[in-house]
Structure formats: structure tokens, C-alpha cells
Design a protein around this ligand. Structure first.
Ligand code: IVH
Length: 683
């Protein structure tokens, strides 16, 4: 029995409804739960207990009546013509200066850069395709390559998204911007939600995302969404020479461009602009989390290009993180898919800048010792944007926890020794494939959204099926359809959902190489590196063969692997370790046998005249720096090496070239001047 008054119970039920809905969303839609299942169950239990005590207060949106987890919806997918990337962050003036210096070095410039500053709206980005000035369709960012087709919903926002562009427009252009909800509209929406007994939205961004992802466009129409346009994807012809001019064109075409966007005199004005916007932040009608700075000259932007998932020509200078204090209830040790033990703080739930936080990362054991964290301490937690909340410090003015914390040296999942190699910060379970947590984490990663993305196979289901003994390695996932009848009998399943699961699994038996590589969960092979490898090696068979050869230290294949731009020797070593373990090879081949792995054909590289060619740059280049030349060549599918051999296809000879140019001539290798090279690659 709780000792709440009726008034308190009402508030508590509203809070619980919101909190449970929030965790449902994280779990079912974002695949990123923040609390344990036990904690989640405790929330539902508390809700049910209060409802039993105050039956008159049961809400129409009570979690008890709601089947948790609205499944992911039926939006069609749309492929972006040019990928939608994210931005690197800076958190202070020094990091911003470093960004400018890096760009200048890359371009070989000495003078200050022209920069456009734009408030960074906390909404969701959108890609709009216009053909001959007419709006064709629009999609959410999705995984950056393809998003959800929300055209019907976007058509309910005619003030922000014109049906027709005013004045001359290219044959086709992708226009990008941020859809958001104003703070006032967000508050009004939540008031209406409360009045109607519906669940509340945690912040304007979630409300905007929820509004845009409605299957019924009539609901979107009531949500009063806005958009600021700020970027370009593919365009059939150039539309401006500078970003500032592009913003003017967007305005002329009929888009809203943030009125605070400003062409700075030079990069030195950024700090003052940042401070000014920080002062205005709370008074702005919409949420922002920083300022985006973009190099104004579009030719320079094109030369700078991208690294990983972010452009070299823009940076988001974020405002400092938002903080709150709460109590550290426990420290839980998680075992990741590579065996790393990671400490997680279990917190008394607290609202940090609009989001309820119940867990935070503690980084590693040294951090716990350095902060002298003890269970029961009052701690400062902070979150910045999408980053996982962190424990910053202990509030020593508050009563302290009694005992110092001792970090375990045995794996909490399998009891194997957890060792920390000298010079490393991470302690790792030595249990390898015998450690259940590592296996389960690998499987969870394998089916996750950016890997195999199997509908209906979430973390919980994997854990259940693993406990059942059905899943030893990833290849077993593709045998699950054989158990369809058995699955249908399980609690919470049924024939329809079991059949859907089989379908979803079969649908993924054809998989692009880059997703396949990412799904393997090899240490340090995230999405960007998986993509680099897939593009570089093309087919699964070729990749496998080259990786096996690369297990030999010093082999040509190992050196070649380590010299792929963005890979480097440390990552090459991880790959070699993976392929050097016979059990991994068995699992890999068993898996490949169950799949059709699509070769990676990068549109930009396949039809490039230098794709697959080995290129050497020598001498002083005049129109580009060496790293720029290398990056550009590699982005077109060429392999850039340092020394000339019979295997070299092209040597680009700059001014004052010496022995390499001579050797090329001796070996009969094709040599080109810098200008010829530029012509060859279409510049
Ligand atoms: S430019 C390739 N400009 O920030 C660069 N992004 O962290 C594309 N955002 O996904 C982004 N305001 O959703 C750009 N003025 C602005 C922005 C902005 C907000 C968001 C956008 C993007 C994210 C990157």
C-alpha cells in the first residue's frame, strides 16, 4: 500500500505514464533502452499498485491497458541521392580553431576562412526532392542512406515546404533542413495531451519527430511543425558559389531560413557569435543545442569533402551540457560484445534538461577511483544532446557513501578472469565465446538496426532464444524459421508474429557487404569502417581472402589494409586478430553459406576512370595538398601508395619530382601531370 494522497497519486500516475511510454519508445522504436528490464517491470508494478488503490484515477492512456511497443511502421523507404551525414562537434574555442586549422592545412591555405554561422536547431533533418521546381517527395534522415517517405506529412506544412519553388530552379535538387516544433507549440500540445488524457512528449524534438512520423497525415497537420532550410544534397547544376548565396536562393524559392544565420567577417568572429547566441538561447522560440559553422565557399567545401560520417567543411559548436544532481544507487558492470567490462551508474531517476535519466556511463574503473565514487553518494550527472548521460563528480557537501568501491576482477557474467593489459584502461573478460554475455551482445549487435535489422528480433527475444539454447552463433538466427511452430506457441507470440519473424529473417538473407561486415561486431569496425572495407574489397570472397592473407604481419595485404584511408594499422590488427581465430572463421563461413552477400558497388567509384587503379603522387602539387589528393583519389576508388612498382597504374608527377618519376618511366608506368590528373578525375 502506498501512502500517497489522491492528489499525489494523480501526479504520480501521470509521471509514470509518461516515463513508461518513454522507455517503451526507447526499447521498441530506438532499440536503445536506458533501464534494465527489472527496473522497467518495477515501474509498471508501481503504476498497477497505485491504480489498484485509486481506481477512479486510472488514466485512459494507462500503461496497464496499453500493449507496449507500437511496432515500427509502414513508411516506404526512400534512398537519398547523396547521403545525409552528421556533424563533428566542438565544445570550446580551441576545438573550433583546430577545425579551421585542419581545413586550412588540408587546402594548403594560409588566409582566414569565410564562415557562415547558423543556430543548430534541435529537431530532425529532412531531405526534400524538387524536380523542375516542383516538390516530388521528402524523407527523414533514417540511417543516412535511406529514410522514411513522409511526403504526405510534409505536404501538410505548405508555409515551410513550398509545393513549387519561386523563380528559376534546377532540373533536380535535394534541399535539406530541420523540421522542428516551437517551444510554445510543444507546451500547447502537451496541455492538450493532458486534457485528453494522452501521454506527454518529453521535449519538442520528440514531439516533432512523433508528429512527422504519423501514418495519418491529418494528425501531422494539427501539430504545427516548422522547418528551416540549410543544406543541399544532389543538384543537377550549381545553384550558388557560396553557402550564403545558397541561403539567399533558398529564401527566394520560398523556404524559411533561420533569421539568425550570418555570414561572419572571418572565423575570428565565431566566438563572439557563439556567446551572443548562448545569451539569446532561452529567449528563442525553438530549442537549439549549439551553432553550426560552415565554410562559405562551396568550391572549398567540395574540395574538403567528408571523413567518416561528417564533412570537413562544417562543425557543430555545442553549448555546454545540462546538469542535475541525484543519488548513485548502484554500479552495474556490463559485459560488451568484445568482452569489455563497462561500469554503469544506476541512478535515482532525475530530469536533466527535459529528459529523465536513470542510468549514466562511468567510463572505466579509473574514473570511479579518481572520483572516489561510492554507492549512496550524491552525484552530478550531465547530458549533452544525444550523448549518453555521464556522472561528472561527487557532491562532497552531501553525506557520502560509506565504502570505497572495489572493481571486480572476475567477469560478472561467466566468472572468467577479467584482465587489464598494462597501459590500457579497459578490463576485459577472457571468457571469449564461452562468456554468455559476450555471445548475447554479439547477437544483439548482429540484428541491430544498422546491421541485419531484423524486425521482431529485439534484445529481449535474443536473450530468451539464447537461454532456450537455440542460438549459439549468428548462423543459428537463419535456422529460426525452422522453429516457427514452436515460436508460435511461446507466451507473447502466436502464429502471425512467428510467421512475420520468419519472413523478416528470410528477407535479410540478402545483405549488402558493408552491413554484413559491420554486423560481425569486430572491435573498432563501426559502420564507417565497414563501409570503407566493403568499398575497398568489393566482394565478400575477395575481402575474406585478403583478410586471411593480412593475418601475416608484414605481408603486402596487411600493409595494404593498414594504408586504406581511415583504417590504419591498429584497425588492421583487430581484423587480423579476428581472422586469425579459427572459431571465427568457422562461424563466418557457416554464416556466409546461409546468405547472399551483395558486392559493394559504390556509385561514385564504379564509373570512375581511376577506380581500382593504384596511384602514386610525387613531387609538389600545386592545386591541392597531398592529403587532399589522396583522399580524393581514394573516394573515387583508387588505391594510393607511396612507392612505384610494376603494380602501379598511374604516377601523378608534380613539380620537382625526383626518383619516383624516373622509376615510373623506367618501368613503363603511365605518368600524368597534375592538370592531366584533374582532367582524368573530372575536375
Ligand atoms: S548541416 C553535412 N546545418 O544537426 C552536414 N545541420 O549533427 C549536414 N542541424 O543531422 C548538416 N541545424 O539534423 C546542418 N544549420 C544546420 C543544422 C543542422 C541542425 C542538425 C541536422 C544534422 C545534425 C548533425
Amino acid at each position: 500500500m502506498s501512502d500517497l494522497t489522491e492528489e499525489q497519486a494523480k501526479i504520480e500516475l501521470a509521471r509514470l505514464a509518461m516515463e513508461i511510454a518513454y522507455h517503451d519508445r526507447l526499447y521498441y522504436q530506438n532499440d536503445a533502452p536506458e533501464i534494465t528490464d527489472a527496473e522497467y517491470d518495477a515501474l509498471r508494478k508501481r503504476n498497477a499498485e497505485i491504480e489498484a488503490q485509486f481506481p477512479a484515477l486510472v488514466r485512459s492512456d494507462s500503461p496497464t491497458n496499453r500493449v507496449s511497443g507500437t511496432p515500427e511502421t509502414g513508411f516506404a523507404k526512400l534512398r537519398h541521392r547523396v547521403p545525409m551525414l552528421s556533424l563533428d562537434n566542438a565544445f570550446d574555442a580551441a576545438e573550433f580553431t583546430e577545425f579551421c586549422d585542419r581545413a586550412r592545412r588540408f587546402l594548403g591555405l594560409t588566409e582566414p576562412l569565410g564562415i557562415v554561422a547558423e543556430p543548430k536547431i534541435d529537431g530532425l533533418s529532412i531531405n526534400l526532392l524538387y524536380e523542375n521546381g516542383v516538390f516530388v517527395h521528402g524523407a527523414t534522415r533514417g540511417d543516412g542512406t535511406e529514410g522514411e517517405d513522409v511526403t504526405a506529412n510534409l505536404r501538410t506544412m505548405p508555409e515551410a515546404i513550398p509545393e513549387r519553388l519561386n523563380g528559376p530552379a534546377p532540373a533536380s535538387i535535394e534541399i535539406r533542413g530541420e523540421v522542428f516544433m516551437t517551444k510554445a507549440d510543444f507546451l500547447a500540445l502537451n496541455e492538450a495531451q493532458t486534457a485528453a488524457g494522452n501521454r506527454l512528449f518529453a521535449n519538442p524534438r520528440n514531439a516533432a519527430a512523433g508528429g512527422l512520423r504519423q501514418l495519418d497525415a491529418r494528425i501531422t497537420a494539427t501539430r504545427r511543425l516548422s522547418m528551416f532550410a540549410y543544406a543541399m544534397g544532389e543538384s543537377s547544376e550549381p545553384v550558388a558559389e557560396t553557402h550564403a548565396d545558397y541561403l539567399d536562393r533558398l529564401r527566394a524559392w520560398g523556404f524559411a531560413v533561420n533569421p539568425l544565420s550570418k555570414l561572419l567577417g572571418s572565423e575570428d568572429e565565431a566566438a563572439a557569435f557563439q556567446a551572443d547566441i548562448a545569451l539569446r538561447r532561452s529567449g528563442l522560440p525553438y530549442d537549439i543545442d549549439g551553432v553550426v559553422y560552415k565554410i562559405n565557399d562551396l568550391t572549398l567545401q567540395r574540395r574538403l569533402g567528408f571523413v567518416g560520417r561528417a564533412p570537413r567543411w562544417a562543425i557543430a559548436w555545442k553549448f555546454p551540457a545540462e546538469q542535475a544532481t541525484t543519488v548513485l544507487k548502484a554500479i552495474r558492470i556490463q559485459v560488451g560484445r568484445t568482452g569489455a567490462l563497462t561500469p554503469v551508474a544506476e541512478l535515482e531517476p532525475v530530469n536533466v534538461g527535459g529528459v529523465l535519466v536513470a542510468r549514466a556511463t562511468l567510463h572505466n574503473e579509473d574514473e570511479i577511483a579518481r572520483k572516489d565514487l561510492r554507492i549512496g553518494d550524491t552525484v552530478v550527472v550531465q547530458r549533452a544532446g544525444d550523448v549518453i548521460p555521464q556522472v561528472v563528480s561527487v557532491v562532497t557537501a552531501q553525506p557520502r557513501g560509506a565504502e570505497a568501491y572495489h572493481y571486480p576482477n572476475l567477469c560478472p557474467a561467466c566468472g572468467s578472469h577479467a584482465v587489464r593489459p598494462p597501459g590500457e584502461v579497459v578490463r576485459r573478460c577472457t571468457g571469449g565465446l564461452i562468456c554468455p554475455d559476450q555471445r548475447v551482445e554479439r547477437l544483439i549487435h548482429f540484428v541491430s538496426r544498422n546491421a541485419f535489422d531484423i524486425d521482431g528480433l529485439g534484445e529481449k527475444t535474443i536473450q530468451e532464444f539464447y537461454a532456450e539454447g537455440w542460438l549459439h552463433g549468428p548462423a543459428d538466427l537463419f535456422r529460426l524459421p525452422e522453429r516457427e511452430a514452436e515460436i508460435a506457441e511461446r507466451e507473447g507470440w502466436g502464429r502471425l508474429s512467428a510467421r512475420n519473424l520468419s519472413r523478416a529473417i528470410r528477407a535479410r538473407q540478402i545483405i549488402p557487404l558493408e552491413r554484413f561486415i559491420f554486423a560481425l561486431g569486430i572491435r573498432r569496425i563501426g559502420e564507417a569502417n565497414a563501409k570503407l572495407l566493403a568499398r575497398h574489397y568489393g566482394t565478400f570472397e575477395n575481402w575474406r581472402a585478403q583478410m586471411l592473407a593480412a593475418t601475416t604481419i608484414g605481408s603486402d595485404e596487411r600493409l595494404a589494409l593498414g594504408s586504406i584511408l581511415g583504417i590504419g594499422p591498429a584497425i588492421a590488427e583487430e581484423l587480423a586478430d579476428f581472422f586469425g581465430e579459427p572459431r571465427n572463421l568457422v562461424a563466418l563461413d557457416e554464416l556466409a553459406a546461409a546468405l547472399t552477400i551483395e558486392p559493394a558497388a559504390a556509385a561514385t567509384t564504379a564509373d570512375s576512370p581511376v577506380a581500382g587503379k593504384t596511384v602514386v603522387f610525387t613531387g609538389t602539387l600545386e592545386t591541392m595538398t597531398r592529403p587532399e589528393a589522396k583522399a580524393r583519389a581514394e573516394s573515387l576508388g583508387a588505391k594510393v601508395t607511396d612507392s612505384v612498382s610494376k603494380k602501379t597504374d598511374i604516377v601523378v608527377v608534380g613539380a620537382d619530382a625526383g626518383s619516383k618519376a624516373r622509376k615510373a618511366v623506367e618501368l613503363g608506368v603511365r605518368t600524368v601531370t597534375e592538370a592531366e590528373w584533374r582532367e582524368l578525375v573530372g575536375e
